[in-house]
Design a protein around this ligand. Structure first.
Ligand code: NAD
Length: 372
C-alpha cells in the first residue's frame, strides 16, 4: 500500500508540544492498524521567521502542495508581535490557506458527555451534541472589491469618511462549498442546513438558489433546509442538536462557528479542517489544525491539552484518507480518557479530576486505543 504522505508543521508556543502527541498517535496506528505514513516536518510561523526571515519558506509551501495532507500546530507569540505585518507568523498560515485554495473550513462542535458541564448551556441542551459547520473560507465580504476607507465631500457626513466592503459570491464559489457540505452530510446524518440573509441581501438570494440547485441536481438524497443566519444563531443556542451539517458564507461562518465552539467548552478540545479541490489522487487538498493559538502563557510547561490537535488528526483520517473506522476509534479513545476523569489544566472544573500533563494525556489516549 502506498503510504499516506503528511507534512507536519508544529509552529510556535505549544504547537510542538501538542504535535508530539499526534506523532505518538500516528506511530500507534502504524504499529497496530497496519497503516503507513510518510511524515516530513518543517517550520511555520515565528519558527520559520527565525530561520528564513519569513513565516513560510517557498520550499515548505511547495511541499504542502505535494503531500496528501498538512497538519499544523499553532503560530505566533509575543516575540513576534512587533514584526512588520508582511512577515507576521499568521501570514504563514494565510499563505497556506490561500495558495492551497482551501475554500471549505470545517468546524465540528461535538460535546463529550464528560465535559457537558463546561458548556455555557445546560447539560440537557448540549449532551450528545455533534454538529459540523462548513464555512466558505476564500471569498465573500473579507475579500470582495471595492473595499477601503475614503473621503467623501458630503457636508452632511460628520467626519467626512466612508468605509466600504463588498459581499460578492459567484455561482461557482457557492456550488463548490455546497458540494463539500453535501458530501460530508452523506458521511454523517444526511442533513444540511444552509444559512444566509436572503431576506435582505442579493448575494444571499444567489446563495440560496445555488445551494438548492446543487441539491436538486446532484444530492437529492441529502435533506436540505434553509435558514436566515440570524435565526440560525438563535437556534444554535436554543436547540443546537437539531442540526447535522450547517453550510454558510465566510462572514456568517466566522461568527456562527465561534458561537458553536463555546457550546462544547474548552478551546483545548476544538479541531478544524480546511479543504480544497480534489487532487489527482482524488483526495482534497487539506490542512488540519486545532482552533486554539500558541498559548504562550503555558508554552514549554507540559500543561497544554493535546486533544484539539489529536482530534484534528482524527479529521485527517476521516476526510483525507477515508479511514472513518480509525477516526471513530481515536474519538472513542478521547471520550474514554475524559470519562475516566483525566484532565489537563484547562479541563479542570469545580468537580476536579486527575491532573495530567500533555505527554501523559497522550499516553492515556494510546492506552485507550490499545484497550479497544
Ligand atoms: P490562544 O488560543 O493561544 O490562548 C487563549 C487561552 O487559552 C490561553 O489562556 C491559553 O493558555 C489557553 N489555551 C489555548 N490552547 C490551549 C490548549 N491546547 N490547552 C490548554 N490551554 C489552552 O489565543 P491567544 O492567547 O489570543 O493568542 C496567543 C498567540 O496565538 C497569539 O500570537 C495569536 O496571534 C496566536 N494565535 C494563533 C492561532 C493559530 O495558529 N491558528 C489562532 C489564534 C491565535
Amino acid at each position: 500500500m502506498t503510504p499516506f504522505s503528511l507534512l507536519i508543521l508544529p509552529g510556535d508556543g505549544i504547537g510542538p508540544e501538542v504535535m508530539a502527541e499526534v506523532r505518538k498517535v500516528i506511530g500507534w496506528f502504524e504499529q497496530n492498524r497496519g497503516l503507513s505514513f510518510e511524515v516530513s516536518e518543517d517550520l511555520v510561523g515565528g519558527a520559520a521567521y527565525d530561520k528564513h526571515g519569513k513565516p513560510l519558506a517557498d520550499a515548505t509551501m511547495q511541499k504542502a502542495q505535494e503531500v496528501d495532507a498538512v497538519l499544523l500546530g499553532a503560530v505566533g507569540g509575543p516575540k513576534y508581535d512587533n514584526l512588520d505585518f508582511s512577515v507576521k507568523p499568521e501570514r504563514g498560515l494565510l499563505r497556506l490557506r490561500k495558495e492551497m485554495d482551501l475554500f471549505a473550513n470545517l468546524r465540528p462542535a461535538q460535546c463529550f458527555d464528560a465535559l457537558a458541564d463546561f458548556s455555557s448551556l445546560k447539560r440537557d441542551v448540549v449532551a450528545g451534541l455533534d454538529i459540523l459547520i462548513v464555512r466558505e473560507l476564500t471569498s465573500g465580504v473579507y475579500f470582495g472589491e471595492p473595499r477601503g476607507i475614503s473621503d467623501d465631500n458630503d457636508p452632511e457626513n460628520e467626519g467626512g469618511r466612508v468605509g466600504v466592503n463588498t459581499q460578492r459570491y459567484t455561482s461557482g464559489e457557492i456550488r463548490r462549498v455546497a458540494r463539500s457540505a453535501f458530501e460530508l452530510a452523506r458521511k454523517r446524518a444526511g442533513r444540511v442546513c444552509s444559512m444566509e440573509k436572503a431576506n435582505v441581501m442579493e448575494s444571499g438570494i444567489l446563495w440560496r438558489e445555488e445551494v438548492q440547485w446543487v441539491h436538486d441536481n446532484e444530492y437529492p438524497d441529502v435533506e436540505l433546509s434553509h435558514m436566515y443566519a440570524d435565526n440560525g444563531a438563535m437556534q444554535l443556542v436554543r436547540n443546537p442538536r437539531q442540526f447535522d451539517v450547517i453550510v454558510t458564507d465566510n462572514l456568517f461562518g466566522d461568527i456562527l462557528s465561534d458561537a458553536a465552539a463555546m457550546l462544547t467548552g474548552s478551546l483545548g478540545m476544538l479541531p478544524s479542517a480546511s479543504l480544497g479541490a480534489p487532487m489527482a489522487n482524488g483526495r482534497p487538498k487539506a490542512l488540519y489544525e486545532p482552533v486554539h493559538g500558541s498559548a504562550p502563557d503555558i508554552a514549554g510547561q507540559g500543561k497544554a491539552n493535546p486533544i484539539a490537535c489529536i482530534l484534528s488528526f482524527a479529521m485527517c483520517l476521516r476526510y483525507s484518507f477515508d479511514l472513518g473506522a480509525e477516526a471513530d476509534m481515536l474519538e472513542k479513545a478521547v471520550e474514554k480518557v475524559l470519562a475516566d476523569g483525566l484532565r489537563t489544566g484547562d479541563l479542570m472544573g469545580p468537580e476536579g479530576g486527575k491532573p495530567v500533563s500533555t505527554a501523559e494525556m497522550g499516553d492515556h489516549i494510546l492506552a485507550a486505543l490499545s484497550a479497544q
